[in-house]
Design a binder for this molecule. Structure first.
Ligand code: ADP
Length: 435
């Protein structure tokens, strides 16, 4: 380009020198120079007009105007730059089309929003699953279209480790699992998966367990009733029957406890037992449970202490909370050797309310901890006959805590005792005003 420019300068100067010399020949060198400059100006204006017309032409890419000297080179260079730009643009369009085609082929709904939740883009499945419409919903806030309060809280909380399950706003029979990921500057990528089939199967499983438990309860109550009468009148029985009757009574009592726990768990889990939120006095509730635990401990004489440093009440369902706390405190009694120490604490801080149950028992191996809240999971299966547990206690605790927006933390080392902590969010704490 530098060379072209020098040549252009040389030719222009030579041209002007030529017209000036011609003027000199006729005795008017200044007119000669003026005529040369005028011709140069006209040529430049003519080329500028061609450039403007060419750039305004929508078919610029087809061909560059032909010209001499620096203008020819300029046209050629611009033409090449334009071609490069068009090729890059076509390549990017093709790539975007391909990404859109592949996301449209996905069965999951994919949605992109900005940090405030305004819809930027979504695929075809999102239209089908969530009922978004391209003509009206572009730029709308997603939580105005998915109006479930749980979705708004999930979106705002920015804690997307666990997915959220909800019904489709457009087709309530569709059950969705929504997972959000953050990208860019707090923008959100939302994936909505249709889990209706899975949800239906899970519902069938729960209904089956619940129905079987209910159906078994009545005949078992009859059997237990007769066995109880027989045990009460054991003296009238021949000695060889006494042991058998006693064992049958113990086992039917175990089965009754198991069925009661199964029914309770399925009620808590299915929401059949509504969560009756009311400010609950955790202090006196746990104090009662600790007294029952002392009775359960009996001759084992565990040292059970309760410390309540918080006097705030907990907004929750008293019956469900009693089940959860008793399971944890009774477990501490069951899994701690005689005269062991059990410390129960109720305290609150900026994170919320916390109930901790700490014991000096056998402790739990780390490998078992993630699975302890599964139904019938036992860290030491050989011990469950001694403890008389149903294997459902911690599953009940987990579901009660889910119903109260809380979670269970388990800290334990084999041989060093265990600590089970129920964490409740700060929003559930109620400060009683002094009267
Ligand atoms: P279970 O009826 O068997 O006690 P849970 O669901 O209450 O059923 O507890 C599951 C398992 O967790 C128990 O079988 C036991 O192995 C372990 N576990 C629960 N609490 C404690 C504890 N305080 N110390 C040691 N192990 C415990």
């Amino acid at each position: 380009m530098q060379q072209t420019w020098s040549r252009h300068l040389r030719y222009t100067l030579a041209g002007l020198a030529g017209t000036t010399l011609a003027g000199l020949y006729f005795g008017y060198p200044v007119y000669g120079l003026a005529a040369g400059l005028g011709a140069y100006l006209l040529w430049t204006l003519y080329q500028t007009r061609r450039l403007v017309q060419w750039l305004a032409d929508p078919n610029t890419a087809d061909e560059a105007p032909q010209s001499l000297g620096i203008w020819g080179v300029l046209f050629e260079k611009l033409h090449r730059l334009n071609l490069n730009y068009l090729q890059t643009r076509d390549r990017l369009h093709a790539r975007i089309d391909r990404i859109q085609e592949s996301t449209n082929a996905m069965r999951d709904g994919v949605i992109m929003t900005d940090a405030r939740g305004a819809l930027e883009w979504w695929n075809g499945s999102a239209e089908h699953l969530l009922g978004f419409r391209r003509s009206t919903d572009q730029g709308q806030y997603i939580y105005n279209l998915i109006r479930t309060p749980a979705f708004k809280s999930y979106f705002d909380a920015k804690n997307y480790r666990e997915p959220l399950e909800l019904h489709s706003p457009a087709k309530p029979h569709i059950h969705l699992q929504v997972q959000i990921s953050l990208f860019g500057e707090d923008d959100r990528l939302i994936v909505a998966k249709d889990i209706s089939r899975l949800h239906q199967l899970e519902q069938m499983r729960r209904d089956f367990v619940s129905n079987v438990s209910h159906e078994m309860r009545t005949p078992l109550t009859v059997i237990s009733g007769y066995l109880e009468t027989l045990v009460d009148n054991a003296d009238d029985l021949p000695p060889k029957w006494r042991r058998a009757i006693n064992t049958m009574a113990t086992q039917s009592f175990r089965m009754e406890t198991l069925i009661t726990d199964l029914i309770l768990l399925s009620r808590i889990e299915t929401g059949e037992q509504a969560v009756n939120d009311a400010p609950t006095d955790v202090d006196s509730l746990v104090r009662q449970v600790c007294q029952d635990a002392q009775v359960l401990s009996g001759e084992n004489q565990h040292d059970i202490t309760f410390e309540a440093s918080s006097h705030q009440r907990l907004n929750g369902d008293e019956n469900q909370l009693r089940s959860a706390f008793s399971n944890l405190i009774f477990n501490a009694v069951k899994y701690t050797p005689a005269q062991g120490k059990i410390i129960v604490c109720w305290f609150s801080n900026s994170d919320g309310g916390h109930l901790s149950v700490k014991d000096t028992g056998a402790g739990i191996d780390q490998v078992h901890i993630p699975r302890l809240t599964e139904r019938f999971y036992r860290a030491d299966p050989s011990r469950h006959k001694d403890t008389g547990g149903t294997g459902l206690g911690l599953a009940i605790v987990k579901h009660v805590l889910i119903n109260h927006d809380g979670n269970l933390e388990i800290r334990s080392q084999l041989g060093e005792g265990s600590e089970f902590i129920c964490h409740f969010p700060a929003e559930r704490l109620v400060t009683e005003l002094a009267e």
